[in-house]
Design a protein around this ligand. Structure first.
Ligand SMILES: [Mn+2]
Length: 320
């Protein structure tokens, strides 16, 4: 399958690369890594993004399209996207349109339901960027440093800089190959990890001091982020990548949950620090998705008290 996808990509006239909505480091790293590699090898490729970019990635990626004509492309490639609802295509066309066309998908989400005619799904892979890197390195073609940097960004963000349980030996091996090709880890660290805006730090300080709840003998930490606090510090939850680590980082905590209200309900993000207590199944049970150790869902409930009641029940049952 990898071979088939590689051939399709390298022989395409023009590829449209798509990823999940509210793109994170892995979504952007895998998309732009693939785009830069294809362009380097004279294949026209565009990344489509329809949501605003998180601030930390604004200096990192700029070359994308938001509106397209389907007929301009002969190949469609989805990366890091688990299902049609999450695919960032906006009003451009429907997912069904793609299934009648040449459509490939590369992803590492368990339970992927995108159903592309040609797909490579590897739930054990640490990140989609890792999969794209493995595929592109496997071609034996030259990989420019810019491509290596994009792909490394996705690997570093999805593995928590090689700290999470999904970091297997293969992740290090591919990372080593990317580093040899000039992946600029300094730049990644300084733009993605070490450049928190001051308003965010102040927002986090008040969040920590006033909103955290810890229960289940100190093993479940959660927090509802009130709209008023976001407004007070001008903090946008689109910038929340890594925010949950404040909870996860507490000693003794096994499961962390962060929640905030959106127009479609209460968004919950879940993280686990222990393989014996995976949160992926809980998220999927609630109509969401993700990985064993990092997952999320949106709950259409009247208030956070209702979310809290359900989650306390589910998490305490898991921790039993
Ligand atoms: Mn990912």
């Amino acid at each position: 399958m990898i071979q088939q996808i590689t051939e399709k990509l390298l022989n395409a006239r023009r590829v449209l690369i798509m990823t999940h909505r509210r793109p994170d480091g892995d979504a952007l790293g895998s998309s732009f890594g693939l785009q830069s590699f294809l362009r380097h090898h004279n294949v026209a490729a565009d990344v489509m993004l329809v949501d605003p970019l998180p601030r930390r990635y604004q200096g990192f990626v700029s070359d994308f399209v938001s509106q397209v004509e389907v007929g301009d492309y002969d190949l469609f490639a989805a990366v890091d996207c688990a299902n049609g609802e999450r695919l960032g295509i906006g009003e451009n066309f429907s997912v069904d349109t793609l299934r009648d066309r040449d459509f490939v998908s590369i992803d590492h989400h368990k339970g992927n339901s995108l159903a592309a005619p040609c797909e490579w799904i590897e739930p054990a892979a640490c990140s989609a960027s890792f999969m794209v890197a493995k595929m592109l390195l496997g071609t034996g073609l030259e990989m420019p440093a810019g491509t290596a940097t994009f792909l490394m960004t996705g690997i570093m963000t999805d593995t928590g800089s090689f700290c999470f349980a999904n970091t297997d030996a293969d992740a290090f091996e591919v990372a080593a190959e990317l580093r040899k090709r000039g992946a600029d880890i300094d730049r990644i660290a300084n733009t993605v990890f070490f450049s928190k805006p001051l308003n965010q730090l102040q927002f986090e300080a008040e969040l920590v001091s006033s909103c955290f709840k810890i229960c289940c003998d100190g093993r479940f930490a959660y927090c509802f982020v009130p709209e008023s606090l976001m407004q007070k510090y001008n903090f946008d939850m689109r910038e929340d990548e890594g925010l949950i680590d404040l909870l996860r980082g507490i000693e003794g905590v096994k499961i962390a949950m962060l929640s905030h209200k959106r127009s479609d309900g209460f968004r919950i993000s879940l993280r686990s620090k222990d393989k014996d207590f995976p949160v992926g199944p809980i998220a999927r049970e609630l109509g969401g998705g993700g990985h064993d150790m990092a997952a999320g869902a949106t709950l259409d409930l009247p208030d956070f008290a209702a979310v809290e009641a359900i989650m306390l029940e589910k998490v305490s049952a898991l921790l039993k």
